[in-house]
Structures are given as structure tokens and as C-alpha cells.
Design a binder for this molecule. Sequence first.
Ligand SMILES: Cc1cc2nc3c(=O)[nH]c(=O)nc-3n(C[C@H](O)[C@H](O)[C@H](O)COP(=O)(O)OP(=O)(O)OC[C@H]3O[C@@H](n4cnc5c(N)ncnc54)[C@H](O)[C@@H]3O)c2cc1C
Length: 432
Amino acid sequence: MDQSATLFDVIIIGAGAAGLVCAVTAGNRGHKALILEKNTSAGKKILASGGGRCNFTNLKVSSADYVSEDPDFCTHALNRFKNTDFINWVQSAHIEFFTKDKGQLFCKKTSRDILNMLVTKLDKQRVTLLTSTNVLSVQHDPGRKQVTNLTLTRLNSSVMREMHPRSVDFEIPIFTVKTDNNTFSSKNLVIATGGLSCPHLGSSDLGYRLARQFGHKVTKRHPALAGVIFPAALKNHFSKLAGVSLDAVVTTAGKSFAGGILFTHTGLSGPAVFNASLFWNPHESLSVDFAPSCEDFKNWLNGRKKTDNKKQACTVLSKIMPANLAKTLCAIAGVGKLTTGAVSHHTAAQLSTLVKEFSFVPVATAGFAQAEVTRGGVATTHIDPQTMESTIVRGLFFAGEVLDVTGTLGGYNLQWAWSSGYVAGLGTLKNP
Ligand SMILES: Cc1cc2nc3c(=O)[nH]c(=O)nc-3n(C[C@H](O)[C@H](O)[C@H](O)COP(=O)(O)OP(=O)(O)OC[C@H]3O[C@@H](n4cnc5c(N)ncnc54)[C@H](O)[C@@H]3O)c2cc1C
């Protein structure tokens, strides 16, 4: 069937997490929906998420888990379609899942279970999904105001006057969406094009360009939930530690994150670093506590000076951290092969700073190529949080990561995509 001749109730750009839930929600209530997706298949980021097991939500979700210029913006959507609502969908589809640390929910088998569940829901409705369809541009006819059902009052034999219009209609706005192989029209348009991270999974800047075209501001965007790159001087010290992991606390911009860190060939990665990257700004420092279980390191070292006096300091240090890291930190502090007893007061203080407050200014994050998400996006100032509709252009909606709402690590970004997609799907019903 030639879909281009059809006027859709809603066109959704992007068949990612937000777009799919939006389509399910609108389709479920009778809307004729079209999803346009440039990838050859839907939901590539869903498949890649959670290391292939999709950390699809968290047991505890609130606005405190998100970063945005408007921290309360996400609250309504998160309450309208809660984590428990999505968990109900997952349970109804008999998808097995488990809880990992910090309340993260993962599929037991594969992320594909989540994608299949959403696509199955779509199949039951009046939703058309067109893949391999790259949206190039959108034009918008705002519709005209129209007065109907006029009461005509006879003033005299020849003059009629319009009185008491009974209702004022607005002609529906029409969005004309041009793709690389066709043109489609709709009464509502949902922009669910995601962020800039992982271009190989389909990211594009189309959502931001369209937002600006329609008068919306776009905040500065940074790669986030990513590793960080060491400055050259540190790379020399740490590159041989690539693959070493440990539990640590990473602090930046006054926020601390406890969790795993991993040395890479170029810098640091792992959950605690990912979370810190969400708050890190270029040229600011990042500090790592390599031994969080040892609260008072100086005291601990003094104790070892008594009990392990003759042992090499670096061997003793490896009791509380991986041996390679202990060796490297001892080398930087100038401890070398000294025994614990021979470490001077001054050197012990230096070692303590390296262990507990290892501070450096990353050159950058690992960048959009590797980041899980984009911090920043379409400013929420002119978006109605109850519906995700633009307050500038009627019938225009935004959902998911394209907006300036970014979650910390733990299933929060997908939950935002589900919640905002759902609310946008309901919102489009206002313009039947
Ligand atoms: C490797 C990786 C692992 C992740 N793991 C997790 C996790 O476990 N838990 C979690 O909560 N979050 C995770 N995230 C983040 C999460 O996947 C995203 O925040 C979420 O998928 C965003 O959903 P979205 O629908 O807004 O955007 P997307 O899922 O990115 O979907 C946007 C869609 O729009 C399409 N598109 C873009 N431009 C066009 C165009 N011009 N024409 C047509 N289509 C277009 C894209 O191809 C894409 O399919 C992960 C991200 C990555 C990269």
C-alpha cells in the first residue's frame, strides 16, 4: 500500500525505546501511527543496552536520578508511566529478569526479549513501521482558525449579521515529513531521534535541527556515561594497568560515586567513572579514592609500619588494592622498593594522597563514539511536561534522550525513554 497518500494521526521519527513505546501507546488507543526509522531494524540501542541484557529500569526511580537544566521536568512522566508499569509489561510478556546491585533490573536472557515484546505490541495495532527510511526534513502548516456553526441574525430585510458563533474550530496542523524515499503527512509529529552517542547504532542530530527549526533551544551537549582519558603524563604510568579493575570512589563537581572502575589503555572506565562523567566538565578535575574500605589510610600505614616493618611497602599496599596498582602508586610516590618501616613521614603523606585523593584533569571523555548517552539536548523550557508537546508548535512532541533529561547509570535512561514515550503517545490523542 502506498502510505504516502495517507494522512497519519501521528508520525514518530525514530524506532528506539521512546518511539516504540509512543507508537504502542498511541496505536493502542486507535491512532493511525507511522514510525520512520533510518536503521535497517528497530531498537538497535535497546539490543546493545546492558551489555546485551538490557538494564531496562530500576527498582527506585525519581527525578533525583536525572540531570537537566530543569530538574523537575521529568517528574510527571516518570509518575505517569512508572518503573512498575514497565515491569508489568515485562512480566506479562513472561520475560525473565533479575535484580543486580543498586536496584538495576536486567533481562535474564537477552535484550532482544524487550525489543520483541515492544514490536509484538505494535503488530496488534494500527501502526506502520518503516525501516531503512532516513528522515531528511519536515515542513509544517500550522492550520488556520475557522469559525463554524454561525448563527445568522436578520437585522433587516437585506443585512444578515454573524452572531454567537457556537464553536471555534482549528484546522489541524499538518506536518509533511520528507524521507530519502518518500513523503508522508500527519496531524502530530513526535521527534524521538535519541542523542548523539554511538553513531553506529543510528544516532543523528536531526532532532536538534528540527527543534531549532521550530523555535526551540538546544542546550550544550556532552558525551556522558563514558570513560575518561588520562593526560599524557599519567598514560605513561598507567597504560600497563589496562584491564585492572577494582572498587573505588570517583568524585567530580562535588558528586561522589562508589563502584567499579577499570583501567583502559587510555584512561579510566567502569560504572563509577561513567556516573562521574555525567557531571564532569572539560578542564575540571576528577579525584579517585583507590581504597574506599580503608577510611584512615595514614593510620592504617602507621599500623603496618609496626606489624609489617620489614616487608616492602608496595607488597603491603597490595593487601588493599590490586598489586599492579600498588606498585605503580608506590613508584609515583618515590617509595620504590623501600620497606614499610623505611617510608618517611613525608613520603607516607604523598602515598596517602595518591591512594585516597588521586586527582587529575582528564583530557576528555571517551567521546560520543563510546558514550552511552548525551547529556543535554532540546531545552525543556517550551515543552509541556504533562504531554511532551511543544508549547510553541501545536502537534509537535519530543520524547526520550533527544530532550535535555539524562539519567545516571542504572536503567534510568531507558525508563525515561519509556515514560516520556508513553506520555507523548497519550499527548498526541489530544489532536485526533
Ligand atoms: C551501548 C549502550 C548501552 C546502554 N545501556 C543502557 C542500559 O542498560 N540501561 C539504560 O537505561 N540505558 C542504556 N543506554 C542508554 C539508552 O539505550 C538510551 O538512552 C535510550 O535507548 C534512548 O532511547 P531513545 O528512543 O530516546 O533513542 P534511541 O534508542 O537512540 O532511538 C532513536 C532512533 O532514532 C533513529 N533516528 C535518528 N535519526 C533519524 C532520522 N534522521 N531518520 C529516521 N530515524 C532516525 C535512530 O536510528 C534510532 O533508532 C545504553 C546506551 C548505549 C549506547
